[in-house]
Write a protein that binds this ligand. Structure first.
Ligand SMILES: [Zn+2]
Length: 135
């Protein structure tokens, strides 16, 4: 099995773990590190929510309520979206590269067909003329 995709990691975090994914995460340090990284962030997020929901003096409540939550949500969104974006971007680039290759092959075929054998004398004449012009 290849490394877990961003989607599979998101599913893993949501608790939807296929047996295949579990076997892979156990044997692959890279995927285990990604998964535990997300779990750490989530644990910190839960901790932040708990500490925010503890009674806080009213004058401090506003500041301490909003910012840790926003920061945690932004961090999770970034961690989830960046790999997703990277994967899409890589797939898009691969598709464009394939199109470029096909186009180059078409151009190449077109060029090699551009001067049929019957035109050879004309091509020689043109190159002879341009040699004369240089003198
Ligand atoms: Zn892996």
């Amino acid at each position: 099995m290849t490394h877990l995709s961003a989607e599979q990691i998101a599913q893993w975090i949501a608790g939807q773990r296929s047996a295949e994914a579990e076997v892979h995460v156990e044997s692959c340090g890279k995927c285990r590190a990604r998964v535990t990284g997300f779990e750490d962030v989530l644990a910190q997020f839960r901790g932040a929510v708990r500490s925010v929901s503890a009674p806080v003096p009213v004058w401090r409540a506003r500041r301490s309520l909003v910012w840790p939550r926003l920061v945690a949500v932004a961090a999770i969104a970034l961690l989830l979206l960046v790999p997703l974006y990277r994967e899409r971007e890589a797939r898009r680039r691969a598709a464009i590269e394939q199109q470029d290759t096909q186009l180059l092959q078409q151009v190449d075929a077109g060029i090699s067909r551009a001067v049929p054998d019957a035109m050879d004398p004309l091509v020689k004449m043109v190159s002879w003329n341009s040699n004369e012009a240089q003198k």
